[in-house]
Structures are given as C-alpha cells and as structure tokens.
Design a protein around this ligand. Structure first.
Ligand SMILES: [Zn+2]
Length: 404
C-alpha cells in the first residue's frame, strides 16, 4: 500500500482502541487513554496511521476495503522487556529446575560465555528469528537489551545488533558482574559507567541495571543510571525480582520510565509506584518458568499504579516471546481483568517505553494492529496457548498472516 492509498477495515466485531478517558496513574493527554472497545466497528488506515475509527455503518469510502467478518482488532502488542541478543540455550537448566534437581552450569554467565564466542552472523540470525516469532504473535514494537557481552566490544556489538531490529535498544552492561571482575566489582561499575557506556550510548535509547542482591546494589545502580542519563539515555530498572530491595526506590529517584519485575514489593514500594510516573512492568513468564509466586498485580492496580506486561524473553528465566501467553497468565494467575491485561500489554508497554504513537488506535496513532481469529480480546485469555493472531499490520502494512 502506498502512502496515498487508504484502507478501510470493516466488519470489526470488537475494536479495542485504548482511547478512553485516562484513569488511574497520572492522567496525561499526551498518553494513550484507558481501555476502550467498540462493537460493529471500522477503522481507516492512511499514510501508515489510523485516520478514522467509528461504527461500521458510518465508515467512509476508501481505496481498499477489507471485511474481517466479526473478528476483533486490537493495537499491536508493545513488549517493553526482552533480552534477545544471545547465543546458546538453557533447556537442560529449565528441565532440572522443573524436576527439582540441582543444576550446576553457568546460568546467565553460561549465556555470556556462549554469546562472546558466537560470530555476529549467529547472533544476528537468532535475533531475527526471535523478532519474526514476536511479529507473528502480534508484537509490533519490542525493546531489546544487551547484557550478555559484558566487555566493551561485546556490549557495543549487542546494542548495534539490537538496533538492526528495533529502535528501543537498551544498554544493559550492568546485568551481572562478569567473572573477570569478581574480585573488583567497583572496577566493573567504573567500566560500565565509562568506556563501555561511551561505546554503547550512540546505538541505544535506554540504560538499564539489574538492581538486586548478587547483582548491583542501590548506590551502584544509581551511578549506572546517572551515567547513562548524562550520556543522553533514558532509565529503566530490573527491580525487586528475587526479593525485597531498593530497585523500585532507585527507579523512582532516577526518574526511570519503568521498574520491571516488581515481584517482591513493600507497601512503600507500592505507594512509590502509585504516586510517580514509573510504570510497574510485570513479567509473569519469569514466575511461570521459575515456578515462583506471581507478582501482585491487583495490589498495584488497586493502588493506582500503571501496570505493563512484557515477556522478559531470554534463554534462562523466561524463554517465551508470546504476549498472548503473558496476558493469559496475568488474567488467570494475577487477578487482572481481561481488559486490564490487554491494556497492560499494549498501552502499558507504550507507557513503559514513553511512546505515544503506539499502544492505542486513536486517530493519528501508528497503524500497528492485530486481527484476532476470534470475536473479542477476551479470547486471548479464554483460549490460552491457541494461535489466534490471524494478521498483523505495522505502520499500515500487512506484515504477518492474512485476513481469513
Ligand atoms: Zn530482564
């Protein structure tokens, strides 16, 4: 479709637009609105953007007409947390964990070793395979972190490869302290805040840090974020995954876009998330794959925090790229309504990435949308594990699947 042409998608059984009145969190007219859906709807795409939405009976003429016969149309998913630049796999570690057997292998450091040893071509092929897998499942925007290189050249390679597939590139030199710095963690933080940052910042938009016991403490995390921000990057934090800790506070003090995981929160942490613009990004694929208690989404939502859902796709703790799977987990295991979960996977992810052009289908939004082979968004949780993404449009172009 050229920019001059318009496409009318009509016969939409349910159009999820997320352009309702803002509610909860920090109302802001520059952000996607609350969950909103319309039945018997139509949508016009022109110039790669949403040009019109409304009742199908009042749809304007267009160059091309697509009738989706009562199926649901949603904004494309925005997966705001993924680690896709890696080599190797850790299925044996997963199997041992599920069997309750001890497993002695490298964990993250095993992936670091394999990633360092891999040629660019292997990393690129794996990254492109995963990006295509995400697109087929309806993810039209995803974030991608470095963090398995942990040397200056390997981290620079990680962000450069990520930048080939997404604009949402995150520098995660502060993932773990690599073995060669085991005796000098402060020296590693200096490297992350100095030469490694200089090498990575030009290709990145975000800086991230794993703020956790056994990774980086509050002061180290704050230093990493401040250095990244001084280099022009925006902050996000791995926070409160393995136990209570300072991650959420560090994220709020740094003005981070998002605190990710939020599995172990104190009342103070919940208050912080409810009273600041920091998005609480929940990653239930991790708790599923590690057989851990799920984050308390209900507690956050009831307090008024903004909640996003993301996959944390990585070869260790959550090797799923499926946002529909995360939605199903959020509804079944975390007490979220189907509306809340779909909003969190679309508009919530956009908020966590500070994007206003995606995550909703209001007029002027980028025409990133998915067609479900089902009549409503509820089916994403109602029929878990079933491939229901029939077609995917990105900036108005049909990029995966087909209209049945
Ligand atoms: Zn992560």
């Amino acid at each position: 479709m050229s920019d001059a042409e318009s496409t009318l998608i009509t016969g939409i059984g349910e159009l999820v637009s997320n352009d309702g009145e803002p509610s909860g969190g920090q109302p802001d007219s520059s952000q996607p609105g609350s969950f909103a859906a319309m039945t018997d709807a139509a949508l016009v795409i022109a110039g790669g953007k949403v040009a019109w939405t409304g009742p199908a009976s009042r749809a304007p003429a267009a160059d091309t007409v697509v009738d989706v016969a009562g199926r649901a149309v949603l904004p494309g998913f925005a997966d705001s947390h993924a680690h896709l630049v890696f080599a190797g796999e850790r299925s044996a570690e997963f199997a041992a964990r599920m069997a309750g057997r001890p497993y002695r292998a490298g964990g993250i450091l095993g992936t670091v070793e394999a990633t360092r040893a891999a040629p660019d071509s292997a990393l690129r092929a794996n990254l492109r395979r995963l990006a295509a897998e995400m697109l087929r499942q309806g993810t039209t925007t995803f974030e991608c972190k470095s963090g398995y290189g942990l040397t200056v050249p390997d981290e620079a390679r990680g962000v450069a490869l990520a930048a080939e597939v997404t604009p949402e590139v995150t520098y995660l030199g502060a993932h773990v302290v690599p073995p060669e710095f085991a005796a000098d963690p402060a020296g590693y933080v200096d490297l992350v805040c100095g030469p490694m940052l200089d090498a990575c910042a030009p290709a990145a938009r975000w800086v991230d840090v794993f703020c956790e016991d056994g990774a980086f403490g509050a002061d180290e995390a704050a230093a990493v974020l401040a250095a990244g921000q001084a280099a022009g990057l925006y902050a996000r934090v791995h926070a409160n995954q393995l136990g209570p800790g300072p991650g959420v506070r560090v994220a709020a003090e740094a003005g981070a876009a998002s605190a990710d995981h939020c599995t172990f929160l104190t009342d103070d942490d919940v208050d912080t998330l409810a009273s600041t613009p920091v998005v609480a990004t929940l990653l239930p694929g991790v708790e599923f794959s590690c057989r851990q208690p799920f984050p308390q989404a209900r507690r956050l939502l009831d307090a008024g925090a903004v909640v996003a859902l993301a996959t944390d796709c990585n070869p260790g703790s959550s090797f799923t790229s499926s946002m529909p799977f995360c939605i199903a987990l959020a509804v079944r295991e975390m007490g979220m309504t189907t509306e809340e979960a779909v909003w969190a996977a679309t508009a919530g992810g956009a908020r966590a990435l500070r994007r206003t052009d995606i995550g909703h289908l209001g007029v002027g939004a980028r025409a990133d949308l998915i067609l479900l082979d089902a009549p409503s968004h509820t089916y994403l949780a109602y029929r878990p594990g079933v491939p229901q993404i029939a077609a995917v449009w990105q900036a108005g172009n049909l990029v995966a699947g087909a209209v049945p």
